[in-house]
Design a protein around this ligand. Structure first.
Ligand code: PRP
Length: 183
């Protein structure tokens, strides 16, 4: 039992077994996409994607280096504050195949911004992968090149996804009860 966190979840969207399958599928797709790449870098977009990222890169066969970029747009609640603030994005990308890993694509601002930045710095390619795609909330004209699952506009938590920084450590992804966030 996760000290009461389970009780705040209305229903499970992806259990641990299903997450494993999704990770395998994404890893296979990426290995295929990066065939022949000898200078690839996988970029984890902190904090939410860290859990998915670590499972994903370990399931991949393509040799790559790892980088961690801090991106934050939601502060302490659920409301986007516009342009995400970044740090840790100053690693070399020129001529390299960059893989951006997100837990969820919401407005698309984070993915769009990082894509533009890395292409602007001369990346050979930028491939984007997300665990979840929430197209109903899109603001920017982007979508992940590969999304493990598409979801409606539900408040989901777990496996990296938070509400006010909580619930990230749940090993599964579930829908948060409305009574918790007052929606
Ligand atoms: C969330 C999520 C994505 C981003 C998606 O991160 O983890 O990185 O927002 O939203 P977007 O498509 O509207 O840009 P958040 O800013 O909450 O930071 P966190 O990962 O530390 O929770």
């Amino acid at each position: 039992d996760k000290m009461g966190m389970d009780g705040d979840v209305e229903r499970v969207i992806l259990d641990e077994e299903q997450i494993k399958e999704k990770v395998k599928g994404a890893a296979k797709w990426l290995d295929n996409r990066l065939k022949g790449a000898d200078d690839a870098v996988a970029v984890c977009i902190l904090r939410g994607a860290a859990f998915f990222f670590c499972d994903l890169v370990r399931a991949m066969k393509t040799p790559l280096t790892v980088e961690f970029v801090r991106a934050s747009s939601y502060g302490n609640g659920s409301k986007s504050t516009g342009k995400p603030t970044l740090s840790g994005d100053n690693f070399p990308v020129e001529g390299r195949d960059v893989v951006l890993v997100e837990d969820i694509v919401d407005s698309g601002r984070t993915l769009s911004l990082l894509r533009e930045i890395f292409l602007g710095r001369g990346a050979k390619s930028v491939t984007t992968v997300a665990l979840f795609d929430k197209p109903s909330r899109r603001v920017e004209k982007v979508c992940a090149d590969y999304a493990c699952a598409e979801i409606d506009d539900l408040f989901i938590v777990g496996y990296g996804l938070d509400y006010a920084q909580r619930y990230r450590t749940l090993p599964y992804v579930g829908v948060l009860k409305k009574s918790v966030y007052g929606g």
